[in-house]
Ligand binder design. Sequence first.
Ligand code: ADP
Ligand code: ZN
Length: 720
Amino acid sequence: MNRVRLLVLNAALGPLDYRVPDDLHVEPGSVVVAPLGPRQVLGIAWESERLPGTEVPDARLRPILDVLPVPPLRAPLRRLIEWTADYYCAAMASVARMSLSSSAALRGGGTITEYRLTGVMPSRLTPQRDAAISALDGEQGTIRELADLAGVSEAVLRGLVNAGVMEPVVVDIDRAYPPADPDHAVPTLSDLQTGVADRFVDAVKARKFAPFLLDGVTGSGKTETYFEAVSEALRMGRQVLVLLPEIALTENFLKRFESRFGVPPVVWHSSQKQSERRRAWRQVAEGGAQVVVGARSALFLPYANLGLIIVDEAHEVSFKQDDGVRYNARDVAVMRGRFEQIPVVLASATPALESLQMAEAGVYEKVDLPSRFGEASLPEIAVVDLREQVPPRGRWLAPPLVQGIEERLERGEQSLLFLNRRGYAPLTLCRNCGFRFQCPNCSAWLVEHRLSKRLACHHCGHEVPSPSQCPECGEADCLTACGPGVERIADEVAQIFPDARTAVVTSDTLSNPEKIAAFVDAAESGAIDVIVGTQLVTKGYHFPELTLVGVVDADLGLEGGDLRAAERSYQQIAQVAGRAGRASKPGEVMIQTRHPDAPVIAALAAGDRDAFYAAETDARRHAGAPPFGRWAAIIVSSEEEAEAREAAQNIGRAAPRLDDLAVFGPAPAPLSLLRGRYRYRLLINARRSAALQQTIREWLHPMEFAPGVRIGVDIDPYSF
Ligand code: ADP
Ligand code: ZN
């Protein structure tokens, strides 16, 4: 008899065995529909020897119902799913779900009917209809997807279709993307760039695993060199994945890609329209998507024929997913390269210490672009000591920086002020009674957003309209903004230079591709004098007139006891400094700080990257942190504070006593209340050689917790 073991996707169950009816063909990786009790579930056929489960006697097997018309997940992807689940202590089903798409895409190609708003307003506007219409603006998808998205029933949407407010669109989700031309506009590379590009091209041709660390200063042409490898993969008919840390960077990348290859690449990210995602997924799986640019989730897609992976800005923190499966896309990308037997390029101007260490150990091949392309030189970096150069009361820009901006305004050049804090002010308090506005769901202050006239929590999204009086003492005119955000710095610029044209650049102001494109156009054409932005502006952009970068508060990132704080600060400031100056116009960077002697600041000022990495290496060695030792976190949460604390204490009491492993805590997690859940945390520090994951699994597996308790394991956590 033909039996099959399934990794069941939408159930918190172990693997299950089924019978394959004679008229169905199933192979490892096939996506199938199977009965589970009264329900139907999706599953992926798996090699039973790799997926241990209880043997069910033949007589009790139920038959699978259907095999979906999508290519079976290939062996390299199945191995990646196994590895990711194992390494990050996650459920295999949770990892595998990231590889699949909506059921509409899985159930076959051809045409499907999607719906969108017509622009006609309904005659009767019930609250539900109103909510649906505002939620579905610009969306397109099946009735079921749109109902999920808008949080209304399918009946509400069918009502809107009948009323002419929504219309059907027949979409061919198998329609191909126009082909990219590897030779559309080939740049002339410098000798240095050619040397690097050749290494990549050879590796693509070799069809073997080859991890590279491309270490190149900002403006050295990292993108141009890896585009040559993309071009080779295209000639060989193989697919390419380019991972970018932030969707805001994509606009810029799409433009460059299109001018190099004649067509835009295929985009993959979570805030995409359902219909675009469906088409992209089908084309990835069928091989029609040649180059995919995406956020970290694009890493688990079922590419038909992957030939190359690029991870750009590979040092970025946002490659680490912080809930669900807590994986680091940079590291998983290298593993995918190994399973697929293809090259992987990690590109950065400020590589993570772990990546440099891997290069030093000979695991990654390091390729360098130590100078900027063409005549361009790196900017001059000056430190402004805020203890001596004191900004006026209630202001944050010290005299040298103000003067720097003034000179740029006179010369018609641009300035960029960097402060990694969205909104107007991080804290609002009452001068009369001392009341502070706090999020009801999180242990965090509400941040004032003056542009949208709201107070908002940056952790859970809770928002209230900006109040005019204190809710505690009832006094009016007593609310004070404390500390600066980018909006407040923009205000300060406007007060000092009333004629300057300023732009605030954050995820609030550049919330969609259209706004990003408009900003980039304005900045490139010189229609903006002063850009005030968060880390969103630190990467990727090259504005020709930008000659001054001011770091408003270099000490901000160094607060808190985070082991990676120094590295992250260094990377952010080095990246934003890299925006200053291009070929004909040298740049200048001013770093405002109260700690000019801190290793991060001193290394930046001296332009001595090696000094910074040496200091950082020492600190990490001392702390047993990566790459010298390993850390993991166990996060215990519940809506009941006592329940979370008790579960965490029980875990602490059950901790294994091993020589190569130390357990700290439990203690309240840094955000001890997050989205209405109380959080406790245990930290585990282990020697490199310790069997960390296995120890954690064996430790937690036998334990039982109250139903409201959630346990999350974070291997190689980013912030602790
Ligand atoms: P990085 O990614 O290292 O910051 P980019 O690839 O973005 O560098 O290149 C920086 C700038 O220099 C871009 O505007 C790019 O178009 C230009 N550039 C780099 N190399 C070349 C080249 N060989 N020919 C023409 N322009 C180049
Ligand atoms: Zn909150």
